[in-house]
Design a protein around this ligand. Structure first.
Ligand code: SF4
Length: 365
């Protein structure tokens, strides 16, 4: 028997082609995205034979919550299991200075791959390499499940979780179009940020797409010498190539860029890096988002003290660059990318059937 298709990975016109009469597609989409039905059987205004056919042909849920953790600052972190039992992480972040100032905003940070091939030295997600790309449905469903579990309407999205989004280009683009579509979640393109470690050719490709999404570059170093210490990708796509692609993006899309810059003690937090970063940011009219490093167990990197972070920010501001210093969110729930999954996979408790309703405050697992 052929594999069932994931309904959350389909565009409206693709579903309409499979439905008879075609208006059924809108009824189904309303159940999936607006009413967030648990099963096809729950779609009660559809005739029973249609519901049975849907159950036979399609999967409704692509991810399943296996654990949720609250941080004291109200960040919530979700561990989702995929149908092949792989684990991914998703984070719900309340209003965050550095991303936006609106207080009623709920931002979801989604994963795009199981693991990551790019092996940034400071990151837990890249420690075991990449296992596979997520499907569009697995990306879309992370957002839907977070809405369902928390009862909060997601207003903003950041593609900054596990994996390199632009290395899974086609599925990420499909998920973006679905998440943005009025018949699905209708999240405005300007409220969606895609982050990349610097895949220059893909940045150019994204620039040629019609969507007005925001682009964030994980820079983390203002020179190739510093970047290459912590980001192996910089050997393949050195700064010159990356910055040319950024320039193309800015000039094609007329959108402002963000440079993400994780501050790591004695690696990239020196003032000469701040001066060089300021010059790059000015050149591209980019703003800078400074993020004090979240230590990862087993890795040697440290977070600079607050004064040093502020001095770095001050240097950028004095040079005329918009620079925010992120208040750390979720440190107490291992919010740095990939840490929760690693803890779970390495813990013997990972075999336990922990459910999404287990909203542990500070439980260990
Ligand atoms: S920081 Fe991002 S690109 Fe780098 S290893 Fe981690 S998930 Fe991959």
């Amino acid at each position: 028997m052929a594999d069932k298709r994931d309904i959350k990975g389909l565009y409206r016109d693709e579903l309409a082609k499979l439905c008879e009469p075609a208006y059924r597609a809108d009824q189904i989409l309303q159940w999936v995205y607006e009413k967030q039905a648990d099963s096809f059987a729950a779609m009660t205004n559809l005739p029973a034979p249609v519901r049975e056919k849907l159950s036979a042909d399609f999967e409704l849920n692509a991810v399943q919550s296996v654990h949720t953790r609250h941080a004291t600052d109200t960040t919530e972190k979700f561990l989702f299991e995929l149908r092949d039992h792989a684990l991914i992480e998703t984070v719900l972040i309340p209003a965050t200075p550095g991303l936006t100032s609106q207080s009623d905003r709920h931002t979801v940070c989604v994963s795009t791959q199981v693991g990551c091939a790019y092996g940034c030295r400071f990151c837990a997600s890249g420690l075991d390499g990449v296992r596979r790309n997520l499907t569009a449905a697995e990306i879309v469903d992370q957002v839907l499940q977070v809405q369902k579990i928390t009862g909060e309407r997601v207003s903003n999205l950041v593609f900054m979780g596990m994996g390199e989004p632009l290395a899974n280009y086609e599925n990420v683009l499909r998920s973006l179009r679905i998440l943005n579509a009025p018949w699905a979640l209708g999240i405005g393109a300007r409220k969606i940020t895609v982050s990349t470690v610097g895949l220059a050719p893909r940045i150019r490709q994204l620039a040629d797409e019609p969507m007005q999404i925001r682009l964030a570059i994980s820079l983390h170093g203002a020179t190739d010498a510093v970047r290459s210490q912590i980001m192996p990708v910089s050997k393949k796509h050195p700064l010159t190539e990356l910055l040319e692609a950024c320039d193309y993006y800015v000039n094609t899309r007329h959108r402002m860029l963000t440079f993400e810059y994780i501050l790591i003690e004695n690696v990239n937090d020196m003032l000469d890096q701040a001066y060089k970063l300021a010059s790059l940011a000015r050149q591209l009219h980019a703003k800078v988002n400074l993020i004090p490093y979240n230590p990862v167990e087993g890795l040697p990197w440290k977070r600079p003290d607050r004064e040093r972070c502020k001095m770095f920010q001050h240097t950028l501001k004095t040079a005329g660059v918009t620079a925010t210093l992120r208040t750390e969110k979720g440190t107490d729930i291992a919010a740095a990318c990939g840490q929760l999954r690693l803890q779970r996979e390495k813990s013997p408790a990972s075999k336990l059937p922990i459910t999404g309703s287990d909203l542990a405050g500070d439980g260990d697992f």
